[in-house]
Design a binder for this molecule. Structure first.
Ligand code: UDP
Length: 240
């Protein structure tokens, strides 16, 4: 294995499968099976999940809702997704803990870094819910923050696209994929990897980012084993 401790970021929208809203149970089961392939090898897995399949603060604000109120609703949505993923992982035979940045002791532990690390060392998958616990942030920023806090070696951004392209591959058939980029190149080329707050935090702390297609079976395992899947963003170019 190339990576022994990873932070996997999944978007809320990924949980919708083919639906327009909410959570698709088949997708949850697929993700649980993919995650089991790497925990079976002894890889320590922490997960941050988004809430976009249920609610986004910015979308609420666009319709006249108070932004801060909407952001807290979005954070609570990530806890719902975290609980759903937790259930699927436990069904697959994986021990888990859900830690929330907003305290709600009936459903989740509070976020405590040392406890999270201890869980990981014991082979439990730790899901971090409620984002950073603060409005005006995203779950990409929460994922980066938690990855740094728990000393994850890499943040794996699981998407429905197989990496970073020079233009949107869903709109442009001639889009070219990058295998490896430096943080500076992402800035120079103005590529969309994560939001600026999250990206800057990764760069300042030299946390490598891999963007890959989480919906393709076996991809997560390949990434963890160091295969050239997706796009790696780090400090210096590496031969892949
Ligand atoms: N959110 C927040 N603070 C955080 C993380 C998330 O306020 O630290 C809110 C914000 O409203 C965001 C929503 O939760 O729109 C859902 O998260 P996100 O949009 O990152 O989910 P994803 O796009 O990954 O599904």
């Amino acid at each position: 294995m190339k990576y022994n401790r990873i932070l996997l970021k999944l978007s809320g929208e990924a949980l919708m499968g083919n639906r327009q809203y909410g959570i698709d149970n088949d997708r949850l089961k697929e993700y649980a099976a993919e995650i089991k392939k790497v925990t079976d090898l002894g890889c320590q897995v922490a997960i941050v999940i988004g809430g976009g399949n249920i609610f986004r603060g910015l979308a609420g604000a666009a319709t006249g809702m108070d932004r801060v109120q909407g952001d807290y609703m979005g954070m609570l949505a990530t806890v719902i997704n975290g609980m759903a993923l937790q259930g699927a992982l436990e069904d697959a035979g994986i021990f888990t803990r859900l830690q929330s940045a907003i305290e709600m002791d009936k459903v989740a532990e509070p976020f405590i870094k040392r406890k999270a690390v201890r869980h990981l060392e014991k082979g439990r998958v730790v899901i971090f819910g409620a984002g950073t616990g603060n409005p005006y942030f995203t779950t990409d920023t929460a994922a980066t923050l938690r990855a740094i806090e728990i000393d994850a070696e890499v943040i794996l951004k699981g998407t429905r696209v197989d990496g970073i392209y020079d233009s949107d591959p869903e709109k442009n058939a001639d889009a070219v994929k990058f295998n490896n980029l430096t943080y500076d190149e992402v800035f120079e080329k103005d590529l969309k990897v994560m939001d600026m707050t999250a990206f800057t935090l990764s760069r300042e702390n030299n946390l490598p980012i891999i963007v890959f297609d989480m919906n393709k079976a076996g991809n997560l395992l390949k990434v963890v084993q160091g295969e050239n899947v997706g796009t790696l963003v780090n400090l210096e170019r590496v031969e892949l």
